[in-house]
Structure formats: C-alpha cells, structure tokens
Design a protein around this ligand. Structure first.
Ligand SMILES: *[C@@H]1O[C@H](CO)[C@@H](O)[C@H](O)[C@H]1NC(C)=O
Ligand SMILES: *[C@@H]1O[C@H](CO)[C@@H](O)[C@H](O)[C@H]1NC(C)=O
Length: 409
C-alpha cells in the first residue's frame, strides 16, 4: 500500500520534471573526471586492521591531498567520490542519514569542507531501494530528505544505484531523485545506474528519458581489474545496443565504469587501451587506484593531456566504430577544431605479435580533399600528411591500441 502511494507520488513528480528539458543543472558539460573508492577499496570497513585502506574520512583526505599535490586536479580530475559502505547502519532520530560514526568521526560536512579546500568536489553514493547493494540504509521513502541532507553536507555529486528495489520502480525512482536534487537548489551532478538496471532485468531502456534525468548513466556490467572485463565493455560499446552512444552530449554521458589503470590486472598495453577507448567513448574518466603507490607510468597515462583533450572535446560527440572484424576495430570521433577526427585502432586479439593494419582513409570517413596532418596521440609525434586516397599502415600490439588525431591541412 505504502509502496503504491509512493509510486503514484513518483509519477506525479516525474510528470512535473518532464515539463523541463533535460536535467539543466549546468554540470558535466564535458565528461566528469575524478576518483572513486569502489574498484580499489570496495567495502573495506575494518579500520582497526586496515587503517590505510578502509572506507573512512582519512582515506578521502589522503586521496584529496594526492589529487591536488600530484597533478591530477590540474589536468581536470575534480570529483572525489565515496561509493557504498559509508553510512551508519541506522538513520538518526530525525530519519536523516548519518555516516559511520567511527570511520567518519568529523562528519560529512567537515569532510566536504576539506575536499573543497583542496580545490576539489565531493561525491557520495546512495541507492533508491530499501538498502544499498552492500546492505546500508537505502533512500526508499526518504529521497527528499536524503537529497536535502546531501546538499546540507556540501555534496557535489551523487552516484545513485538500484539494488534492493522493485525493477518496476526504476522509471519513477531515478527521475524522482533528479527532481529532489534540483529542489535543493544546489547543483549536484547526478550519476545513476538506470539503463544497467533495465539490462539486469531484461528490459529495453528508454534512453531519451535516461538522458533527460541524468548527467551520466551506467549501462553495462561493473568493470573488473582484468582484460576480459575491459574487452567486454569495448565490445558492448561497439555493438551500441539501442544506439545509446547517440544520447551522449554536453550534460549527459554514457558511463562504461571506472578506469582500472594503475591497479593489478592490466598490462601496460591494456592500460593504454582503456584510456584510449574511454577517451573515444566520451566517457567519464573516474580513476579508482591507490594514488599513494601508483606506478609512474600509470600516473603519466592518466595525466596524458592529449588523451584528456580528446575525452573532453567540447562538442561532446561520442565516437563510433567505423570498421570491425574479428579482432580489429577502428573507432573515430569528431573533435575540434572543426573537421578534425580522433582515430583509435584497437586489437582485441591476444595472438603473439602486433597486427599490421592498413586503412584506406576514405573508408573511415577521412574524405577532406586537401588532406590531413596526423599526430600520434600518446606521445604527440608527427605522423605526416595524408590525402583521402592514401592508405595508412601501422602495427597494433596484442590487446593494444594505435591512436592518432587527423587535423585538416
Ligand atoms: C532546476 O531545474 C530548473 C529547470 O530545469 C533549472 O533552471 C535549474 O537551474 C535547476 N537547478 C538546479 C540546482 O539544478
Ligand atoms: C573539521 O575540520 C577541521 C579542519 O579540516 C578540523 O580542524 C576540525 O577539528 C574538524 N571538526 C571536527 C568537529 O572534527
């Protein structure tokens, strides 16, 4: 009964929100960049045994320090977000969420003040079901209060999940939170898992609605720290089910999940592949790595300005696959200055030697009669000038990429 009333309330709000065009919160005009606890630190709550790795204010402060001091903030990584496992197991006497009192003893407002003092923004996680995925209090029946609580704490980003909810409610629950966030008057970037929830329940997504009510949305499985996971995401994006890539644009992005660069599972080539593909997808660049101990090569890759510039291109047009065979895919993305194109050749195969790829340029859309100047993206090297009738040949390492930008001559 309560459930039914709630759903009707959602419906009423959803209709109201429908009158507006898009989320219209002025945020995420280019793909959001930042750091998130989940992939690397998961739900470690045992601070007695793992004081350096548990989900706590100390972890967030230390990572904020590293983001500011080690150059990440200066190349665009801005949001530092606490995923699941931050709340106390019970709400306070007024029904408000509270952080775990031991692990966040100074309180969330204090922590967000600290994050802001470093020139960064603060994100948090919740779930529109009864409980979060890890079993902490969810927002069901409390959405308005929770949105206000986050605004009062100075939160700048909400990652909103759908565990422990009725799948029929997704189309009401996700827009309802967008509505309540808006009502707080504080611009709060809204990440959610709406199309992924649809997929998990065997449903098609209404991407037009998702785009209208979200700044970024997960649409495929959680990333794991291994090549098979990264490869499965690349293939899902290549298949572009329901043409979801066409819904990306300023303020609204497909989220293929976190960058796992710098952790345990990817080779140097595979790390380059993830960074190149996430740039061509126009995906949020959300690191999840221990910034205290990251390898210098992974840090340099995450901070590569030419890759970040492709990812952050202001037109916000997601790349598309323009050639595909069993192992090789060629992706192109239009970027500024007008007429320029970013190109990624990815070799998803793991056969022992680099694959030789020969591209007739007019078959991948490089048709400007005067020709192009090609620049390798990772190191900025000059690759020369090409006309549409020319072919371009390169070698692509197993599970690796070759990436360049083509600028009009
Ligand atoms: C709330 O939505 C309105 C209408 O779309 C928009 O003009 C306003 O900027 C939004 N406010 C916030 C804080 O997101
Ligand atoms: C809040 O933060 C400041 C500095 O970041 C600190 O000195 C202060 O003790 C904190 N307040 C509480 C209540 O812990």
């Amino acid at each position: 009964m309560i459930e039914k009333c709630l759903v009707l309330t959602y419906l009423a709000y959803a209709t109201i929100v429908n009158l507006a065009s898009g989320l219209n919160n002025g945020l995420a005009l280019t793909p959001p960049m930042g750091w998130l606890t989940w992939q690397r630190f998961r739900c470690q709550t045992d601070c007695a045994r793992y004081p350096d790795d548990c989900i706590s204010e100390r972890l967030i402060q230390v990572m904020a320090d590293r983001m500011a001091a080690d150059g990440y903030r200066d190349v665009g990584y801005e949001y530092i977000t606490i995923d699941d496992c931050w709340p106390a197991l019970n709400r306070d006497s007024n029904g408000r969420l509270q952080p775990d009192p031991k692990r966040f003893s100074s309180g969330m407002k204090n922590l967000s003040d600290y994050v802001h003092s470093k020139g960064l923004k603060m994100g948090i996680y919740e779930d529109f079901g009864i409980k979060t995925c890890a079993g902490y209090p969810g927002s069901e029946f409390y959405m308005q209060l929770d949105a206000q609580t986050f605004a009062d704490w100075g939160i700048d980003l909400l990652k909103f999940d759908g565990c422990n909810s009725n799948p029929d409610d997704a189309k009401f629950g996700y827009p309802a939170m967008a509505f309540y966030l808006n009502k707080t008057g504080r611009p709060i970037l809204y990440f959610n898992e709406w199309p992924l929830d649809d997929k998990l329940h065997g449903r098609k997504s209404n991407y037009a609605a998702v785009q209208q009510y979200s700044n970024a949305w997960r649409n495929f499985d959680d990333v794991n720290d291994d090549w098979d996971s990264v490869k499965s995401i690349i293939n899902y994006y290549a298949n572009n089910d329901q043409n979801f890539l066409s819904f990306a644009g300023p303020g609204a992005w497909n989220d293929p999940d976190m960058l796992v660069i710098g952790n345990y599972g990817l080779s140097p080539d595979q790390e380059r592949t993830q960074m190149a593909m996430w740039s061509i997808f126009a995906a949020p660049l959300i690191m999840s790595v221990d910034l205290r101990t990251i390898r210098p090569s992974s840090k340099a890759l995450l901070q590569n300005k030419r890759l970040i510039a492709v990812n952050q291109d202001p037109m916000g047009i997601a790349g598309r696959v323009v050639y595909k065979d069993q192992n090789i895919q060629v992706w192109t993305r239009p970027i500024l200055p007008k007429g320029s194109v970013a190109v990624v050749l990815v070799n998803l195969g793991s056969g022992g030697s680099p694959a030789q790829v020969t591209l007739p340029l007019n078959t991948i859309g490089l048709t400007y009669p005067m020709g192009y100047r090609f620049t390798e993206t990772f190191d900025g090297g000059n690759l020369g000038q090409y006309k549409p009738a020319d072919t371009f040949t390169c070698f692509v390492n197993p599970t690796g990429v070759f990436m360049f930008t083509a600028n009009l001559l």
